[in-house]
Design a protein around this ligand. Structure first.
Ligand SMILES: Nc1ncnc2c1ncn2[C@@H]1O[C@H](COP(=O)(O)OP(=O)(O)OP(=O)(O)O)[C@@H](O)[C@H]1O
Length: 967
């Protein structure tokens, strides 16, 4: 039992009752007596004798009846007593005290039901007789054991930045996960119950623990797990010199340094991870959710199953995944609170801290250049690592994924720095923030019902320590091992030195009044809060019991001693964190609420802006489409109008051509036709002089009639009363004019009448056609003007964009002008014909007054035969050979006739001129408008215009609307 005496000396008297208010404790497991006559249910075991040693029925354990065959048993017992009464280390009482202390820890009920009643003098000792706890009040009520806050910007319910990311059970969801279920556990068959540690949360908050000092030890749970021996299989009861009794949570060693070690839990090789979690961590996790800080760590030699216990496997999830499942189960079971979860993951490798969540993002050189993470301390947060990445998680899957990412980073980086080997300490931290919710009927906004209450912050630290190792051959391994061993040694030292002593600032001191060496390693510095008693602590020590040459008895014993020291010395005064308000103080709840509303308003405003922008773009697009459609429609309309106008013009031209042809065919417009004469002379004059006025052409035609047309006219007027011999007015008759003057006179009258009628009909057609054209033109212009005023683009720009349209319009105008000119010509012809008719009538009257003598002689008054166009005579004799007897008188009469003819020609000219001047020839309204607006306006006709050429001849003719010559 030398080893037992080497254990750290208890610094507290077993008799000292705790005096301070302590956190709630689970009801200590009824440690039934492991010895005594009453215990008959438990099967005998090699370690029953040990149990029988601890069956005192009195408050002070009596080891007098110890059945230990060890010769030193007496001294050991005395040593225990000595320890219990505060004697010096090494005294026999020390062993006793240790035993009592361990046995007094609260034990979780075994899954199989109540613990078999085993006689145990130790367990029979009243719990409060252990006296291992002195009331210790922490001034840092809400500090975490391992704080990981980086800055005030850390998402938190306290500063409002965690709003919207909190998790809350829907109180209306009747199908929330049932309490205490572990549906997501791979160990579905595993029965877990929240009542395992039902010890009264209320007592924790109401301070009832003050009257139950012993219960403070329940805040530290020490468990030992035995890894199955792969070679032997699961042979829990055959570990050579080792004895394992899971039911009694006892491990005994029968070697020369043998002894019995009782813990809160001893997990045999056949017990799975779910069982380990239920007994060692479940209660702690739920307490963290209620507002306590909690730390779970696995300690043990390398390869003994620390990682297996903490992480587990896919088929057997370990403490970490099971804790995560429980966290979210708790949230579902607590609808009256909302929660915010933040997670960080770091490792300590060769005394350097690495952020596993950041490292997983940056690999290679970037990971190497990661900012160095340091440990800081402040009065509120305690010791924390910074800068450390924290991730907000809202579901178990998300949380598991983050941790898996960290695990992966830990492993892969080991290839570069060997930091991913299990030779590093890995720390998962989950910060839990929560606050009250009040019921609300507002289904739309659950947040509206959140009371502006304080926020409670607690931290759960889940730590997989590196395994202690003997010196390795490899240099790098040696370095790693040195760091690991140093940190673990420091941890062990601190735990062994823990005492109730504190300095003025409340920092724990050793029993000699010296400060504890937390700063000697990063690990101990990080665990300072937990070791100082501010946290619930659960330590899982893993061992592997191997007999034979490869047995690591020394290592195993060290682990067991470490666990015993931890159980003995760590005293937790963890209390539920107070509900803290934000930086704004008491009214920060309202401030946070206002801030939340402000953010919601901002979000809504942003959504509104986005929608308005989208709507605007839509409208703009629609407008553009509409405008394009309108423009297209306008274009099509204009094209249609042009086509119509063009077709109409073509038809008109064809019609006019047909009229001309029919006039020719009927002889109306033959050589003697005034219209032909006008047209021909106009063309001739245009050809000769280039550009002449219509009036001058008309004058020329009139003058020209002195040689040709005038004669027949005079002749006609003279013979207009000749009724007989009327011949059809035909080209044939024109061809034989000299042969039949009489017939010509008679036919000429009828022809003129027909010509007048035809021209009048033609005139009517033209007028109608021109009116139609003008109407269309007016309509087109009106619609164009209205578009100009309404449309986005001006008509000018539209026309400018369509030069073809401009050309077409110009052509149309020219065609209209040409038609007008033709009309004018015809009007003039009509007027001339009418005038001629009147003169003919006049001439007839004059003829009647002539000497009857002439008539009797059968002499005819013939027109002058000098004209090239030929004169008409009704006699067979040539006109140039009259009868000599009549020659003298005939000449006189010829003179008279000539005079008359000249007179008629002059009159005709004057009449035509007068009509032209007076505007009687203008029939169309447009012509009148044109005359009224601009009496001297010139109208140009271009020879290039096809319609114009077709109707009016090839030469350009420049006229004035009044018909006056421009020259
Ligand atoms: N209780 C157990 N049941 C079955 N297998 C186990 C158990 N404990 C450990 N093992 C196995 O033992 C091996 C080593 O376990 P593990 O890696 O967890 O040890 P460790 O203590 O974490 O080692 P190190 O300190 O080197 O990281 C693993 O293959 C693991 O699966």
């Amino acid at each position: 039992m030398a080893s037992m005496s080497a254990l750290p000396q208890p610094s507290r008297s077993a008799a000292d009752p705790p005096t301070g208010a302590l956190p709630p404790l689970p009801n200590p497991k009824p440690r039934k007596s492991t010895s005594g006559p009453a215990d008959t249910s438990r099967p005998a075991s090699p370690y029953q004798q040990l149990s029988k040693l601890r069956t005192p029925s009195s408050p002070k354990p009596s080891l007098a009846r110890s059945p230990l065959s060890n010769s030193n048993s007496t001294s050991n017992l005395s040593a225990i007593r000595s320890a219990s009464s505060g004697r010096a280390p090494g005294s026999p009482d020390k062993t006793l005290r240790r035993t009592i202390s361990i046995a007094s820890f609260p034990q979780p009920p075994k899954a199989g039901g109540s613990r078999p009643s085993t006689a145990s003098s130790v367990s029979a000792i009243p719990a409060n007789s252990t006296g291992t706890v002195k009331p210790k009040r922490s001034s840092r009520l809400s500090t975490g054991t391992v704080s990981s806050y980086r800055s005030s910007k850390t998402p938190s319910l306290l500063n409002g930045s965690g709003d919207g990311r909190s998790i809350a059970a829907d109180p209306r969801d009747p199908e929330g996960s049932p309490s205490h279920s572990r549906s997501s556990s791979a160990q579905g068959s595993c029965s877990t119950s929240a009542t395992t540690f039902e010890d009264g949360e209320d007592s924790a908050t109401t301070g009832k623990s003050a009257s139950k000092p012993k219960e403070s030890k329940g805040n530290v749970i020490v468990s030992v797990r035995v890894r199955p021996d792969i070679n032997q299989g699961e042979t829990p009861r055959n570990h050579g010199e080792w004895g394992v009794d899971g039911r009694q949570s006892l491990i005994s060693h029968r070697g020369k340094d043998g002894g019995d070690y009782y813990y809160d839990n001893v997990f045999t090789a056949h017990e799975n991870n779910a069982k380990v979690y239920d007994s060692a961590a479940k209660r702690l996790v739920r307490r963290v959710m209620e507002g306590y800080h909690g730390t779970v760590f696995a300690y043990g030699m390398t390869g003994t199953g620390k990682t297996f216990s903490m992480q587990g496997t896919a088929t057997s999830p370990g403490v970490i995944p099971l804790a995560i499942t429980d966290i979210f189960s708790f949230i579902r079971e607590t609808p009256h609170r909302e929660f915010l979860l933040r997670v960080s993951y770091l490792e300590i490798y060769n005394e350097k801290i690495h952020d596993l969540l950041s490292a997983s993002l940056a690999t290679g050189p970037a990971a190497a250049q990661q900012e160095e993470i340091k440990l800081r301390e402040d009065s509120k947060r305690g010791v924390y690592a910074t800068p450390l990445k924290e991730e907000i998680v809202q579901s178990p899957t998300q949380l598991l994924r983050v941790i898996a990412r960290g695990d992966h980073a830990r492993r892969t980086s080991s290839t570069q720095f060997n930091a991913r080997s299990s030779r590093s300490h890995a720390v998962v931290q989950i910060v839990v923030e929560s606050r009250e919710r009040v019921p609300t009927n507002n289904a739309q906004d659950k947040r509206a019902g959140i009371a502006p209450g304080g926020v409670r912050v607690s931290t759960l630290s889940l730590i997989d320590l590196a395994g202690s190792e003997r010196a390795a051959d490899d240099k790098e391994r040696r370095t790693e091992g040195a760091h690991i061993n140093k940190s673990l040694l420091t941890l062990g030292n601190i735990i062994s030195k823990l005492s109730d002593a504190k300095d003025k600032q409340g920092n724990p001191m050793d029993k000699e009044g010296r400060h504890l060496p937390y700063r000697d390693s990063k690990l101990t510095r990080l665990l300072q809060g937990a070791l100082s008693g501010n946290s619930l602590v659960s330590i899982l020590c893993t061992i592997q019991l191997v007999s034979g040459v490869n047995a690591h008895s020394g290592e195993t014993l060290n682990t067991l001693k470490f666990a015993a020291r931890a159980k003995n010395n760590i005293v937790s005064h963890a209390q539920k964190a107070e509900e803290a308000y934000g930086a704004g103080g008491a009214d920060s709840g309202s401030r946070v609420l206002l801030e939340r509303y402000r953010m919601e308003i901002q979000t809504l405003r942003g959504q509104l802006d986005t929608q308005a922008k989208a709507q605007q773009e839509k409208e703009l697009k629609w407008d553009e489409q509409q405008f394009e459609k309108e423009a297209q429609a306008r274009h099509e309309e204009q094209v249609l109008e042009m086509q119509l106008a063009r077709t109409a013009l073509k038809e008109r031209i064809e019609h006019l051509n047909r009229l001309i042809l029919s006039s020719k065919s009927t002889g109306v417009n033959n050589h003697s036709s005034l219209s032909s004469a006008f047209g021909r002379l106009s063309r001739m004059s245009a050809t000769d002089s280039g550009t002449r006025s219509l009036r001058s052409s008309a004058s020329q035609s009139t003058l020209g009639a002195a040689h040709s047309s005038m004669r027949p006219i005079s002749f006609m007027s003279i013979n207009s009363n000749e009724p007989s011999g009327a011949m059809p007015f035909s080209s044939a008759s024109f061809g034989n004019q000299d042969e039949d003057d009489m017939g010509e006179f008679g036919d000429g009258n009828a022809s003129l009448q027909r010509q007048v009628t035809a021209l009048q009909a033609d005139l009517g057609d033209k007028n109608r056609y021109i009116s139609t054209l003008e109407r269309r033109l007016l309509q087109a212009r009106r619609s164009s003007h209205s578009r100009m005023s309404v449309g986005v683009k001006s008509t000018s720009s539209t026309i400018a964009e369509h030069p073809d349209m401009m050309t077409m319009l110009r052509e149309k105008d020219m065609e209209i002008n040409e038609l007008r000119i033709q009309l004018d010509d015809k009007d003039r012809m009509l007027a001339a014909l009418r005038s001629a008719a009147r003169h003919r009538d006049l001439a007839a009257v004059t003829n009647d007054t002539q000497s009857p003598e002439l008539k009797e002689k059968g002499e005819f008054i013939t027109s002058d035969t000098n004209g090239p166009s030929g004169t008409h005579s009704t006699t067979d004799k040539p006109l140039d050979s009259p009868a000599p007897a009549l020659q003298g008188r005939g000449e006189d009469k010829d003179d008279d006739r000539r005079k008359n003819m000249d007179e008629v020609s002059r009159m005709l000219d004057e009449m035509i001129q007068g009509r032209v001047d007076s505007g009687h020839l203008e029939k169309s309204p447009m012509e009148k408008i044109k005359r009224a607006s601009d009496g001297s306006r010139r109208v140009s006709m271009s020879a290039e215009v096809p319609g114009l050429n077709a109707a009016a001849g090839p030469a350009p003719v420049e006229v004035t609307s009044s018909g006056s010559p421009l020259s």
